[in-house]
Design a protein around this ligand. Structure first.
Ligand code: SF4
Ligand code: SF4
Ligand code: SF4
Length: 582
Protein backbone atom coordinates (compact mmCIF):
# COMPACT_ATOMS: atom_id res chain seq x y z
CA UNK A 1 0.00 0.00 0.00
CA UNK A 2 1.41 3.39 -1.05
CA UNK A 3 1.88 6.12 1.53
CA UNK A 4 -0.12 9.34 1.43
CA UNK A 5 0.63 12.85 2.68
CA UNK A 6 -1.86 14.30 5.13
CA UNK A 7 -1.99 17.13 7.66
CA UNK A 8 -3.45 16.73 11.15
CA UNK A 9 -3.73 19.87 13.28
CA UNK A 10 -1.07 21.48 11.15
CA UNK A 11 1.32 18.53 11.50
CA UNK A 12 2.49 17.13 8.14
CA UNK A 13 2.46 13.32 8.08
CA UNK A 14 3.31 10.62 5.58
CA UNK A 15 1.29 7.49 6.44
CA UNK A 16 0.25 4.22 4.77
CA UNK A 17 -2.73 4.75 2.49
CA UNK A 18 -4.81 2.07 4.23
CA UNK A 19 -4.76 3.88 7.57
CA UNK A 20 -7.82 5.46 9.13
CA UNK A 21 -7.57 9.00 10.46
CA UNK A 22 -7.59 7.56 13.99
CA UNK A 23 -4.60 5.31 13.29
CA UNK A 24 -2.64 8.15 11.71
CA UNK A 25 -3.43 10.45 14.63
CA UNK A 26 -2.50 7.79 17.20
CA UNK A 27 0.90 7.27 15.60
CA UNK A 28 1.50 11.02 15.70
CA UNK A 29 0.46 11.13 19.38
CA UNK A 30 -2.59 13.25 18.61
CA UNK A 31 -5.53 12.48 20.89
CA UNK A 32 -8.94 11.76 19.39
CA UNK A 33 -11.54 10.50 21.86
CA UNK A 34 -13.30 7.19 21.15
CA UNK A 35 -16.04 5.22 22.85
CA UNK A 36 -17.56 2.47 20.66
CA UNK A 37 -14.27 1.80 18.86
CA UNK A 38 -12.41 -1.36 19.80
CA UNK A 39 -9.56 -2.23 17.48
CA UNK A 40 -10.14 -5.30 15.30
CA UNK A 41 -13.42 -5.98 17.13
CA UNK A 42 -15.82 -3.05 16.76
CA UNK A 43 -14.92 -0.50 14.10
CA UNK A 44 -18.34 0.85 13.19
CA UNK A 45 -18.23 4.57 14.00
CA UNK A 46 -21.59 4.62 15.78
CA UNK A 47 -20.94 6.72 18.91
CA UNK A 48 -19.62 9.77 17.00
CA UNK A 49 -17.10 10.59 19.72
CA UNK A 50 -14.19 10.61 17.29
CA UNK A 51 -15.63 13.24 14.98
CA UNK A 52 -13.03 15.35 13.18
CA UNK A 53 -13.20 18.11 10.59
CA UNK A 54 -11.78 17.11 7.19
CA UNK A 55 -13.26 20.07 5.36
CA UNK A 56 -16.12 17.89 4.10
CA UNK A 57 -19.72 19.05 4.53
CA UNK A 58 -20.24 16.91 7.62
CA UNK A 59 -17.82 16.00 10.38
CA UNK A 60 -16.28 12.53 9.90
CA UNK A 61 -15.79 9.64 12.33
CA UNK A 62 -12.01 9.20 12.52
CA UNK A 63 -12.19 5.50 13.40
CA UNK A 64 -13.75 4.50 10.07
CA UNK A 65 -12.64 7.26 7.67
CA UNK A 66 -9.61 6.32 5.57
CA UNK A 67 -6.88 8.87 4.93
CA UNK A 68 -6.53 10.20 1.38
CA UNK A 69 -3.74 12.13 -0.30
CA UNK A 70 -3.74 15.79 0.70
CA UNK A 71 -6.34 15.42 3.47
CA UNK A 72 -6.30 18.27 5.98
CA UNK A 73 -7.75 17.18 9.33
CA UNK A 74 -8.57 19.26 12.37
CA UNK A 75 -9.24 17.35 15.56
CA UNK A 76 -10.38 20.08 17.95
CA UNK A 77 -12.05 23.01 16.24
CA UNK A 78 -14.90 24.57 18.30
CA UNK A 79 -17.40 22.84 15.97
CA UNK A 80 -15.76 19.43 16.56
CA UNK A 81 -15.51 19.89 20.32
CA UNK A 82 -19.16 20.99 20.60
CA UNK A 83 -20.41 18.11 18.42
CA UNK A 84 -18.58 15.54 20.55
CA UNK A 85 -19.94 17.09 23.74
CA UNK A 86 -23.52 17.09 22.48
CA UNK A 87 -23.22 13.47 21.36
CA UNK A 88 -21.86 12.46 24.74
CA UNK A 89 -24.59 14.35 26.57
CA UNK A 90 -27.21 12.59 24.47
CA UNK A 91 -25.68 9.21 25.35
CA UNK A 92 -25.62 10.17 29.03
CA UNK A 93 -29.26 11.29 28.91
CA UNK A 94 -30.38 7.69 28.34
CA UNK A 95 -27.87 6.05 30.68
CA UNK A 96 -28.92 5.27 34.23
CA UNK A 97 -25.99 6.76 36.09
CA UNK A 98 -25.95 4.77 39.32
CA UNK A 99 -22.25 5.51 39.58
CA UNK A 100 -22.10 5.30 43.37
CA UNK A 101 -23.00 1.61 43.26
CA UNK A 102 -21.68 0.63 39.84
CA UNK A 103 -18.75 -1.80 39.86
CA UNK A 104 -17.13 -0.07 36.92
CA UNK A 105 -17.24 3.36 38.52
CA UNK A 106 -14.06 3.11 40.53
CA UNK A 107 -12.25 0.79 38.16
CA UNK A 108 -12.75 1.22 34.47
CA UNK A 109 -15.87 3.08 33.33
CA UNK A 110 -14.96 4.48 29.94
CA UNK A 111 -18.07 6.67 29.84
CA UNK A 112 -17.17 8.40 33.08
CA UNK A 113 -13.56 8.86 31.99
CA UNK A 114 -14.68 10.38 28.71
CA UNK A 115 -17.18 12.72 30.37
CA UNK A 116 -14.38 13.99 32.59
CA UNK A 117 -11.98 14.32 29.68
CA UNK A 118 -14.45 16.24 27.51
CA UNK A 119 -15.55 18.45 30.39
CA UNK A 120 -19.16 17.27 30.32
CA UNK A 121 -20.28 18.16 33.83
CA UNK A 122 -23.98 18.88 33.46
CA UNK A 123 -27.05 17.13 32.09
CA UNK A 124 -28.56 19.47 29.51
CA UNK A 125 -30.88 16.89 28.02
CA UNK A 126 -33.39 15.01 30.07
CA UNK A 127 -36.67 13.41 29.17
CA UNK A 128 -38.23 10.03 28.86
CA UNK A 129 -35.71 7.25 29.46
CA UNK A 130 -36.11 3.57 28.75
CA UNK A 131 -36.46 1.14 31.65
CA UNK A 132 -35.39 -2.48 31.32
CA UNK A 133 -35.58 -5.52 33.56
CA UNK A 134 -32.18 -6.76 34.65
CA UNK A 135 -31.38 -10.13 33.08
CA UNK A 136 -29.75 -12.34 35.70
CA UNK A 137 -28.30 -15.47 34.12
CA UNK A 138 -26.15 -18.35 35.33
CA UNK A 139 -22.86 -16.59 34.70
CA UNK A 140 -23.73 -13.18 33.29
CA UNK A 141 -25.91 -10.25 34.36
CA UNK A 142 -27.15 -7.78 31.73
CA UNK A 143 -28.42 -4.36 32.76
CA UNK A 144 -29.67 -2.57 29.67
CA UNK A 145 -30.43 0.51 31.75
CA UNK A 146 -26.71 1.22 31.68
CA UNK A 147 -26.14 0.19 28.07
CA UNK A 148 -24.94 2.93 25.73
CA UNK A 149 -25.53 0.89 22.55
CA UNK A 150 -21.89 0.88 21.46
CA UNK A 151 -22.41 -2.68 20.14
CA UNK A 152 -18.97 -3.90 21.17
CA UNK A 153 -20.59 -6.92 22.88
CA UNK A 154 -22.54 -7.74 19.73
CA UNK A 155 -19.39 -7.62 17.60
CA UNK A 156 -17.33 -9.79 19.91
CA UNK A 157 -20.11 -12.36 20.29
CA UNK A 158 -20.76 -12.56 16.54
CA UNK A 159 -17.32 -12.10 15.03
CA UNK A 160 -14.78 -13.35 17.56
CA UNK A 161 -16.94 -16.08 19.05
CA UNK A 162 -19.42 -16.82 16.24
CA UNK A 163 -22.02 -17.49 18.89
CA UNK A 164 -24.27 -14.58 17.95
CA UNK A 165 -26.83 -14.67 20.73
CA UNK A 166 -27.05 -10.91 21.27
CA UNK A 167 -28.10 -8.28 18.81
CA UNK A 168 -29.27 -4.67 18.61
CA UNK A 169 -33.05 -5.11 18.55
CA UNK A 170 -35.68 -2.50 17.63
CA UNK A 171 -35.29 0.91 16.07
CA UNK A 172 -34.66 4.47 17.18
CA UNK A 173 -35.62 5.12 20.80
CA UNK A 174 -36.60 1.45 21.21
CA UNK A 175 -33.20 0.09 20.22
CA UNK A 176 -31.72 -2.18 22.86
CA UNK A 177 -29.38 -5.14 23.13
CA UNK A 178 -31.19 -8.43 23.53
CA UNK A 179 -31.44 -12.02 22.41
CA UNK A 180 -33.87 -13.41 19.82
CA UNK A 181 -37.46 -13.50 21.09
CA UNK A 182 -36.25 -11.39 24.06
CA UNK A 183 -35.02 -14.53 25.76
CA UNK A 184 -32.81 -14.34 28.80
CA UNK A 185 -29.17 -14.99 27.94
CA UNK A 186 -29.16 -18.26 29.88
CA UNK A 187 -31.99 -19.58 27.69
CA UNK A 188 -29.87 -19.16 24.55
CA UNK A 189 -26.79 -21.03 23.32
CA UNK A 190 -24.62 -18.39 25.01
CA UNK A 191 -21.45 -20.18 26.11
CA UNK A 192 -20.88 -17.93 29.14
CA UNK A 193 -17.42 -16.94 27.93
CA UNK A 194 -17.83 -13.38 29.24
CA UNK A 195 -15.99 -11.82 26.31
CA UNK A 196 -18.91 -9.38 26.05
CA UNK A 197 -18.23 -8.25 29.62
CA UNK A 198 -14.58 -7.61 28.88
CA UNK A 199 -15.36 -5.30 25.97
CA UNK A 200 -18.28 -3.40 27.53
CA UNK A 201 -17.17 0.19 28.27
CA UNK A 202 -19.69 0.59 31.10
CA UNK A 203 -21.33 -1.51 33.81
CA UNK A 204 -24.09 -2.93 31.60
CA UNK A 205 -22.56 -6.41 31.67
CA UNK A 206 -20.95 -8.26 34.50
CA UNK A 207 -20.56 -11.70 36.02
CA UNK A 208 -23.10 -13.07 38.53
CA UNK A 209 -21.47 -12.04 41.77
CA UNK A 210 -20.85 -14.85 44.28
CA UNK A 211 -18.64 -13.15 46.84
CA UNK A 212 -21.43 -13.03 49.44
CA UNK A 213 -21.57 -16.82 49.36
CA UNK A 214 -17.82 -16.94 50.00
CA UNK A 215 -18.03 -14.52 52.93
CA UNK A 216 -20.94 -16.55 54.36
CA UNK A 217 -18.91 -19.76 54.21
CA UNK A 218 -15.89 -18.05 55.75
CA UNK A 219 -18.05 -16.84 58.63
CA UNK A 220 -19.56 -20.26 59.24
CA UNK A 221 -17.48 -22.02 61.93
CA UNK A 222 -18.78 -25.44 60.86
CA UNK A 223 -17.22 -25.09 57.39
CA UNK A 224 -13.68 -25.81 56.26
CA UNK A 225 -13.22 -23.39 53.37
CA UNK A 226 -10.60 -24.27 50.76
CA UNK A 227 -9.66 -21.93 47.92
CA UNK A 228 -7.84 -22.82 44.70
CA UNK A 229 -6.58 -20.32 42.13
CA UNK A 230 -6.22 -20.89 38.39
CA UNK A 231 -2.90 -20.14 36.65
CA UNK A 232 -4.14 -17.09 34.71
CA UNK A 233 -5.31 -15.31 37.88
CA UNK A 234 -1.76 -14.67 39.12
CA UNK A 235 -0.80 -13.16 35.77
CA UNK A 236 -3.49 -10.47 35.91
CA UNK A 237 -4.82 -9.73 39.39
CA UNK A 238 -1.94 -7.33 40.07
CA UNK A 239 -3.44 -5.04 37.39
CA UNK A 240 -6.39 -4.41 39.71
CA UNK A 241 -3.97 -2.83 42.19
CA UNK A 242 -1.92 -0.80 39.73
CA UNK A 243 0.91 -3.33 39.46
CA UNK A 244 2.59 -3.30 36.05
CA UNK A 245 0.85 -5.52 33.52
CA UNK A 246 2.62 -8.85 32.99
CA UNK A 247 3.88 -9.10 36.58
CA UNK A 248 3.09 -12.48 38.18
CA UNK A 249 1.95 -11.89 41.78
CA UNK A 250 1.53 -15.47 43.00
CA UNK A 251 3.03 -14.93 46.48
CA UNK A 252 1.04 -11.76 47.21
CA UNK A 253 -2.15 -13.44 46.04
CA UNK A 254 -1.59 -16.36 48.44
CA UNK A 255 -0.95 -13.89 51.30
CA UNK A 256 -4.17 -12.02 50.49
CA UNK A 257 -6.21 -15.24 50.42
CA UNK A 258 -4.85 -16.18 53.84
CA UNK A 259 -5.74 -12.74 55.21
CA UNK A 260 -9.26 -13.12 53.85
CA UNK A 261 -9.52 -16.18 56.04
CA UNK A 262 -9.49 -19.32 53.88
CA UNK A 263 -8.55 -22.44 55.81
CA UNK A 264 -6.35 -23.75 53.00
CA UNK A 265 -4.94 -22.06 49.91
CA UNK A 266 -4.26 -24.45 47.03
CA UNK A 267 -3.01 -24.02 43.47
CA UNK A 268 -5.20 -25.18 40.58
CA UNK A 269 -1.91 -25.91 38.80
CA UNK A 270 -1.95 -29.14 40.79
CA UNK A 271 -5.32 -29.87 39.18
CA UNK A 272 -3.77 -28.99 35.82
CA UNK A 273 -0.97 -31.50 36.44
CA UNK A 274 -3.60 -34.09 37.27
CA UNK A 275 -5.49 -33.24 34.09
CA UNK A 276 -2.33 -33.80 32.05
CA UNK A 277 -1.76 -37.19 33.66
CA UNK A 278 -5.28 -38.26 32.75
CA UNK A 279 -5.43 -36.54 29.36
CA UNK A 280 -2.04 -37.77 28.14
CA UNK A 281 -2.98 -41.31 29.26
CA UNK A 282 -6.33 -41.03 27.47
CA UNK A 283 -4.62 -39.82 24.29
CA UNK A 284 -2.14 -42.68 24.32
CA UNK A 285 -4.94 -45.17 25.02
CA UNK A 286 -6.95 -43.87 22.09
CA UNK A 287 -3.87 -44.18 19.89
CA UNK A 288 -3.14 -47.72 20.92
CA UNK A 289 -6.70 -48.99 21.01
CA UNK A 290 -7.93 -47.29 17.83
CA UNK A 291 -10.16 -44.91 19.82
CA UNK A 292 -11.77 -41.77 18.46
CA UNK A 293 -9.25 -39.27 17.11
CA UNK A 294 -8.50 -36.43 16.99
CA UNK A 295 -8.93 -36.15 20.71
CA UNK A 296 -9.98 -32.63 21.70
CA UNK A 297 -9.18 -31.00 25.04
CA UNK A 298 -11.99 -30.38 27.51
CA UNK A 299 -10.59 -27.81 29.97
CA UNK A 300 -12.60 -24.88 28.66
CA UNK A 301 -16.29 -24.97 29.66
CA UNK A 302 -17.04 -22.22 27.14
CA UNK A 303 -15.68 -24.42 24.36
CA UNK A 304 -17.51 -27.49 25.70
CA UNK A 305 -20.89 -25.74 25.61
CA UNK A 306 -20.13 -24.39 22.13
CA UNK A 307 -19.36 -27.92 20.97
CA UNK A 308 -22.53 -29.30 22.56
CA UNK A 309 -24.65 -26.72 20.72
CA UNK A 310 -22.87 -26.47 17.40
CA UNK A 311 -20.72 -29.55 16.79
CA UNK A 312 -22.40 -32.52 18.53
CA UNK A 313 -20.74 -34.82 16.00
CA UNK A 314 -17.45 -34.05 17.80
CA UNK A 315 -18.69 -35.00 21.29
CA UNK A 316 -17.02 -38.44 21.09
CA UNK A 317 -13.76 -36.66 20.25
CA UNK A 318 -13.80 -34.66 23.48
CA UNK A 319 -11.49 -35.87 26.20
CA UNK A 320 -13.56 -37.21 29.07
CA UNK A 321 -11.33 -35.35 31.56
CA UNK A 322 -13.00 -32.81 33.82
CA UNK A 323 -11.35 -29.39 33.80
CA UNK A 324 -8.44 -28.89 36.26
CA UNK A 325 -10.36 -27.09 39.02
CA UNK A 326 -13.18 -29.65 38.88
CA UNK A 327 -10.70 -32.52 39.15
CA UNK A 328 -9.01 -30.76 42.02
CA UNK A 329 -12.35 -30.13 43.75
CA UNK A 330 -13.16 -33.84 43.57
CA UNK A 331 -9.73 -34.67 45.04
CA UNK A 332 -10.15 -32.14 47.86
CA UNK A 333 -13.48 -33.69 48.84
CA UNK A 334 -12.10 -37.24 48.75
CA UNK A 335 -8.32 -37.67 49.23
CA UNK A 336 -7.75 -34.46 51.16
CA UNK A 337 -10.89 -34.88 53.30
CA UNK A 338 -9.78 -38.39 54.25
CA UNK A 339 -6.20 -37.33 54.94
CA UNK A 340 -7.36 -34.45 57.16
CA UNK A 341 -10.20 -36.45 58.71
CA UNK A 342 -12.80 -33.85 57.72
CA UNK A 343 -16.34 -34.72 56.69
CA UNK A 344 -16.40 -33.80 52.98
CA UNK A 345 -19.86 -32.34 53.47
CA UNK A 346 -18.27 -29.70 55.69
CA UNK A 347 -15.77 -28.66 53.05
CA UNK A 348 -16.55 -25.68 50.84
CA UNK A 349 -14.37 -25.50 47.71
CA UNK A 350 -14.02 -22.03 46.21
CA UNK A 351 -12.33 -21.66 42.82
CA UNK A 352 -10.85 -18.31 41.77
CA UNK A 353 -10.96 -18.36 38.01
CA UNK A 354 -10.28 -16.02 35.08
CA UNK A 355 -13.47 -17.39 33.69
CA UNK A 356 -17.22 -16.73 33.81
CA UNK A 357 -18.08 -20.02 32.08
CA UNK A 358 -16.84 -21.91 35.13
CA UNK A 359 -19.78 -20.50 37.08
CA UNK A 360 -21.96 -22.46 34.67
CA UNK A 361 -19.66 -25.49 34.68
CA UNK A 362 -19.93 -26.13 38.44
CA UNK A 363 -23.71 -26.25 38.11
CA UNK A 364 -23.70 -28.91 35.39
CA UNK A 365 -25.65 -31.86 36.83
CA UNK A 366 -22.86 -34.31 36.02
CA UNK A 367 -20.21 -32.44 38.06
CA UNK A 368 -20.47 -34.28 41.34
CA UNK A 369 -19.21 -37.42 43.03
CA UNK A 370 -21.91 -39.36 44.88
CA UNK A 371 -24.11 -36.26 45.15
CA UNK A 372 -21.32 -34.03 46.48
CA UNK A 373 -20.57 -31.07 44.18
CA UNK A 374 -16.93 -31.00 43.04
CA UNK A 375 -16.70 -27.22 43.46
CA UNK A 376 -19.15 -25.10 45.46
CA UNK A 377 -18.44 -21.52 44.37
CA UNK A 378 -16.56 -19.91 41.50
CA UNK A 379 -15.45 -16.31 41.76
CA UNK A 380 -13.62 -14.44 39.03
CA UNK A 381 -10.28 -12.66 39.27
CA UNK A 382 -12.26 -9.41 39.44
CA UNK A 383 -14.40 -10.68 42.32
CA UNK A 384 -11.30 -11.70 44.26
CA UNK A 385 -9.83 -8.22 43.71
CA UNK A 386 -13.07 -6.78 45.09
CA UNK A 387 -12.88 -9.02 48.17
CA UNK A 388 -9.30 -7.88 48.76
CA UNK A 389 -10.45 -4.26 48.51
CA UNK A 390 -13.53 -4.92 50.67
CA UNK A 391 -11.34 -5.55 53.71
CA UNK A 392 -8.73 -2.96 52.83
CA UNK A 393 -5.75 -5.23 52.19
CA UNK A 394 -2.71 -3.33 50.93
CA UNK A 395 -2.07 -5.83 48.14
CA UNK A 396 0.95 -4.07 46.64
CA UNK A 397 2.94 -4.26 49.86
CA UNK A 398 2.02 -7.80 50.86
CA UNK A 399 4.88 -10.25 51.46
CA UNK A 400 5.01 -13.42 49.36
CA UNK A 401 3.56 -16.63 50.79
CA UNK A 402 3.42 -20.23 49.52
CA UNK A 403 0.53 -22.54 48.69
CA UNK A 404 -0.40 -25.08 51.34
CA UNK A 405 0.56 -28.73 51.62
CA UNK A 406 -0.22 -31.46 50.72
CA UNK A 407 -0.47 -29.78 47.31
CA UNK A 408 2.22 -27.15 47.76
CA UNK A 409 4.12 -28.08 44.62
CA UNK A 410 2.96 -27.76 41.05
CA UNK A 411 4.82 -27.98 37.78
CA UNK A 412 5.53 -25.34 35.16
CA UNK A 413 3.40 -27.42 32.80
CA UNK A 414 0.42 -26.61 35.01
CA UNK A 415 1.06 -22.88 34.96
CA UNK A 416 1.11 -22.52 31.16
CA UNK A 417 -2.46 -23.87 30.97
CA UNK A 418 -3.51 -20.24 31.18
CA UNK A 419 -2.30 -19.33 27.67
CA UNK A 420 -3.40 -20.73 24.33
CA UNK A 421 -1.23 -23.72 23.44
CA UNK A 422 -0.36 -24.34 27.08
CA UNK A 423 -2.49 -27.44 27.55
CA UNK A 424 -1.10 -28.94 24.35
CA UNK A 425 2.48 -28.19 25.38
CA UNK A 426 1.97 -29.59 28.87
CA UNK A 427 0.39 -32.76 27.45
CA UNK A 428 3.23 -33.19 24.94
CA UNK A 429 5.84 -32.93 27.71
CA UNK A 430 4.22 -35.86 29.51
CA UNK A 431 3.16 -37.91 26.46
CA UNK A 432 6.73 -37.75 25.08
CA UNK A 433 8.13 -39.26 28.26
CA UNK A 434 5.44 -41.93 28.55
CA UNK A 435 5.72 -43.00 24.91
CA UNK A 436 9.51 -43.08 24.86
CA UNK A 437 9.70 -44.71 28.29
CA UNK A 438 12.35 -42.23 29.40
CA UNK A 439 12.78 -38.65 30.51
CA UNK A 440 13.26 -36.75 27.25
CA UNK A 441 14.88 -33.33 26.87
CA UNK A 442 11.80 -32.01 25.09
CA UNK A 443 10.28 -29.25 27.21
CA UNK A 444 9.64 -26.22 25.05
CA UNK A 445 7.19 -26.72 22.20
CA UNK A 446 7.43 -23.25 20.66
CA UNK A 447 5.28 -24.08 17.61
CA UNK A 448 2.10 -24.23 19.69
CA UNK A 449 2.78 -20.94 21.50
CA UNK A 450 1.67 -17.49 20.36
CA UNK A 451 -1.55 -15.91 19.15
CA UNK A 452 -1.96 -17.15 15.60
CA UNK A 453 -5.66 -18.16 15.34
CA UNK A 454 -4.97 -21.79 14.45
CA UNK A 455 -1.54 -23.32 15.02
CA UNK A 456 -0.52 -26.68 13.56
CA UNK A 457 2.51 -28.76 14.45
CA UNK A 458 3.80 -32.26 13.91
CA UNK A 459 5.89 -34.08 16.49
CA UNK A 460 7.62 -37.42 16.63
CA UNK A 461 6.75 -38.63 20.11
CA UNK A 462 8.40 -41.98 20.91
CA UNK A 463 7.48 -44.20 17.98
CA UNK A 464 4.41 -42.14 17.11
CA UNK A 465 4.00 -39.15 14.80
CA UNK A 466 1.52 -36.80 16.41
CA UNK A 467 -0.21 -34.15 14.34
CA UNK A 468 -1.57 -31.45 16.57
CA UNK A 469 -3.56 -28.23 16.26
CA UNK A 470 -4.39 -25.41 18.66
CA UNK A 471 -7.27 -22.97 18.25
CA UNK A 472 -8.30 -20.12 20.54
CA UNK A 473 -11.45 -18.04 20.25
CA UNK A 474 -14.53 -19.80 18.95
CA UNK A 475 -14.38 -18.34 15.42
CA UNK A 476 -11.00 -20.04 15.04
CA UNK A 477 -12.36 -23.24 16.58
CA UNK A 478 -15.21 -23.22 14.08
CA UNK A 479 -12.77 -22.81 11.17
CA UNK A 480 -10.58 -25.63 12.38
CA UNK A 481 -13.46 -28.04 12.99
CA UNK A 482 -14.86 -27.31 9.53
CA UNK A 483 -11.52 -28.40 8.08
CA UNK A 484 -11.46 -31.56 10.19
CA UNK A 485 -15.03 -32.36 9.10
CA UNK A 486 -14.17 -31.82 5.45
CA UNK A 487 -11.17 -34.13 5.80
CA UNK A 488 -8.82 -31.31 4.82
CA UNK A 489 -6.57 -31.90 7.82
CA UNK A 490 -5.49 -35.10 9.48
CA UNK A 491 -4.98 -34.54 13.22
CA UNK A 492 -4.67 -36.64 16.35
CA UNK A 493 -4.80 -34.02 19.08
CA UNK A 494 -6.52 -30.63 19.23
CA UNK A 495 -6.52 -27.99 21.93
CA UNK A 496 -9.41 -25.53 21.91
CA UNK A 497 -9.93 -22.65 24.33
CA UNK A 498 -13.08 -20.57 24.04
CA UNK A 499 -11.48 -17.23 24.79
CA UNK A 500 -9.24 -15.47 22.29
CA UNK A 501 -5.63 -15.97 23.52
CA UNK A 502 -6.82 -18.44 26.17
CA UNK A 503 -7.72 -17.96 29.84
CA UNK A 504 -5.31 -15.03 30.26
CA UNK A 505 -7.99 -13.10 28.37
CA UNK A 506 -10.88 -14.89 30.05
CA UNK A 507 -14.19 -13.21 30.75
CA UNK A 508 -13.42 -12.87 34.47
CA UNK A 509 -10.08 -11.10 34.19
CA UNK A 510 -9.50 -7.45 35.15
CA UNK A 511 -11.07 -5.25 32.50
CA UNK A 512 -8.68 -3.14 30.50
CA UNK A 513 -10.38 -0.25 28.77
CA UNK A 514 -10.04 0.52 25.09
CA UNK A 515 -7.26 3.03 25.65
CA UNK A 516 -5.07 0.08 26.75
CA UNK A 517 -6.61 -2.70 24.64
CA UNK A 518 -6.51 -0.77 21.38
CA UNK A 519 -2.85 0.05 21.45
CA UNK A 520 -1.24 -2.27 24.01
CA UNK A 521 -0.57 -5.99 24.22
CA UNK A 522 -2.56 -7.08 27.24
CA UNK A 523 -2.65 -10.81 26.47
CA UNK A 524 0.98 -10.99 25.36
CA UNK A 525 2.16 -9.47 28.64
CA UNK A 526 -0.03 -11.78 30.73
CA UNK A 527 1.19 -14.82 28.75
CA UNK A 528 4.81 -13.78 29.27
CA UNK A 529 4.17 -13.78 33.02
CA UNK A 530 3.06 -17.43 32.83
CA UNK A 531 5.96 -18.58 30.66
CA UNK A 532 8.35 -16.84 33.07
CA UNK A 533 6.79 -18.79 35.97
CA UNK A 534 7.13 -22.01 33.97
CA UNK A 535 10.77 -21.36 33.20
CA UNK A 536 11.69 -20.86 36.83
CA UNK A 537 9.73 -23.90 38.06
CA UNK A 538 11.77 -26.74 39.51
CA UNK A 539 9.44 -29.32 37.94
CA UNK A 540 8.35 -28.57 34.38
CA UNK A 541 6.53 -31.79 33.56
CA UNK A 542 3.30 -32.75 35.27
CA UNK A 543 4.29 -36.37 35.90
CA UNK A 544 7.38 -35.24 37.83
CA UNK A 545 5.34 -33.26 40.36
CA UNK A 546 5.89 -35.11 43.68
CA UNK A 547 2.40 -34.19 44.93
CA UNK A 548 0.90 -35.88 41.87
CA UNK A 549 3.10 -38.96 42.28
CA UNK A 550 1.98 -39.23 45.92
CA UNK A 551 -1.66 -38.81 44.97
CA UNK A 552 -1.55 -41.72 42.51
CA UNK A 553 0.55 -43.90 44.81
CA UNK A 554 -1.50 -43.35 47.97
CA UNK A 555 -4.98 -42.93 46.57
CA UNK A 556 -5.84 -42.96 42.88
CA UNK A 557 -3.86 -45.96 41.69
CA UNK A 558 -3.00 -45.71 38.03
CA UNK A 559 -3.76 -42.84 35.66
CA UNK A 560 -6.92 -43.65 33.75
CA UNK A 561 -7.80 -46.33 36.34
CA UNK A 562 -11.18 -47.02 37.95
CA UNK A 563 -10.85 -44.56 40.83
CA UNK A 564 -9.52 -41.85 38.50
CA UNK A 565 -12.49 -42.38 36.21
CA UNK A 566 -14.97 -42.14 39.08
CA UNK A 567 -13.57 -38.86 40.34
CA UNK A 568 -11.91 -37.12 37.42
CA UNK A 569 -13.83 -37.90 34.25
CA UNK A 570 -17.20 -36.86 32.92
CA UNK A 571 -19.45 -36.86 29.85
CA UNK A 572 -21.21 -34.32 27.63
CA UNK A 573 -24.55 -33.92 25.95
CA UNK A 574 -25.97 -32.49 22.74
CA UNK A 575 -27.78 -29.18 23.22
CA UNK A 576 -30.22 -27.17 21.14
CA UNK A 577 -28.84 -25.34 18.10
CA UNK A 578 -29.88 -21.85 17.12
CA UNK A 579 -31.72 -21.82 13.79
CA UNK A 580 -29.00 -19.74 12.10
CA UNK A 581 -26.33 -22.22 13.18
CA UNK A 582 -28.16 -25.28 11.88
S1 SF4 B 1 -20.93 -14.65 27.19
FE1 SF4 B 1 -19.90 -15.06 25.23
S2 SF4 B 1 -21.40 -16.22 24.08
FE2 SF4 B 1 -22.52 -15.27 25.76
S3 SF4 B 1 -23.29 -13.34 24.95
FE3 SF4 B 1 -21.31 -12.88 25.87
S4 SF4 B 1 -19.82 -13.08 24.19
FE4 SF4 B 1 -21.73 -14.08 23.54
S1 SF4 C 1 -23.99 -3.92 26.76
FE1 SF4 C 1 -22.09 -2.75 26.92
S2 SF4 C 1 -20.89 -3.44 25.14
FE2 SF4 C 1 -23.00 -4.03 24.76
S3 SF4 C 1 -23.84 -2.34 23.57
FE3 SF4 C 1 -24.34 -1.96 25.71
S4 SF4 C 1 -22.69 -0.67 26.44
FE4 SF4 C 1 -21.98 -1.57 24.54
S1 SF4 D 1 -10.74 -20.17 27.63
FE1 SF4 D 1 -10.43 -20.18 29.84
S2 SF4 D 1 -11.46 -18.38 30.57
FE2 SF4 D 1 -12.27 -18.79 28.51
S3 SF4 D 1 -14.10 -20.05 28.77
FE3 SF4 D 1 -12.38 -21.41 28.50
S4 SF4 D 1 -11.65 -21.87 30.58
FE4 SF4 D 1 -12.94 -20.06 30.70
Amino acid sequence: MRNVNITIDGMKLNVPGDYTILQAAKEANIYIPTLCFLKDINEIGCCRMCLVDTGAKALQAACVTPVVEGMNINTHTPKVVEARKVNLELILSNHVARCQTCYRSWTSCELQTLANKLGVDQERFSGEAKKYDIDVGISIVRDNNKCILCRRCVSVCHNRQTVGVIEAIGRGFDTHIGSPFEKSLWETPCVNCGQCINVCPVGALRECVDTDRVWAALNDPTKHVVVQTAPAVRAAIGESFGIEMGTPVTGKMVSALRMIGFDRVFDTNTGADLTIMEEATELIDRFRSGGKLPMITSCSPGWIKFCEHNFPEFLPNLSSCKSPHMMFGAIIKSYYAKKMDINPEDIVVVSVMPCTAKKFEIKRPEMHVKGLRDVDVVITTRELANMINDIGIDFVNLPDDNFDDPFGEASGAGVIFGATGGVMEAALRTAADILSGASTDAIEYEEVRGFEGVKMAEYKVGDVVLKAAVAHGLANARKLLAKVKAGEVDLQFIEIMACPHGCINGGGQPIQGSSVRNWGEVSALRAKALYREDKKSYYRKSHNNPAIKRLYKDFLGMAGGTMAHQLLHTHYKEREKYPENK
